[in-house]
Design a protein around this ligand. Structure first.
Ligand SMILES: [Zn+2]
Length: 58
């Protein structure tokens, strides 16, 4: 029997087994991925602004 990668509970459906995690954990993983992507973009935006700022003062 396959287990959920996040919580190690047994996966009940083929769909969950294909995703390696249950529906609840899958949603949480998607939320975390979306948040990580957002934060990564925030950092990128900061870097762009800092770069633009240093260009201006140089
Ligand atoms: Zn799980």
């Amino acid at each position: 029997m396959k287990l959920c990668e996040r919580c190690n509970r047994p996966l009940k459906t083929q769909k969950s087994m294909d995703a390696f995690m249950g529906p609840v954990c899958k949603r949480k993983a998607a939320e975390e991925a979306a948040r990580a992507e957002f934060e990564r973009n925030q950092v990128t935006m900061d870097e762009v602004l800092n770069h633009a700022e240093s260009e201006k003062s140089a």
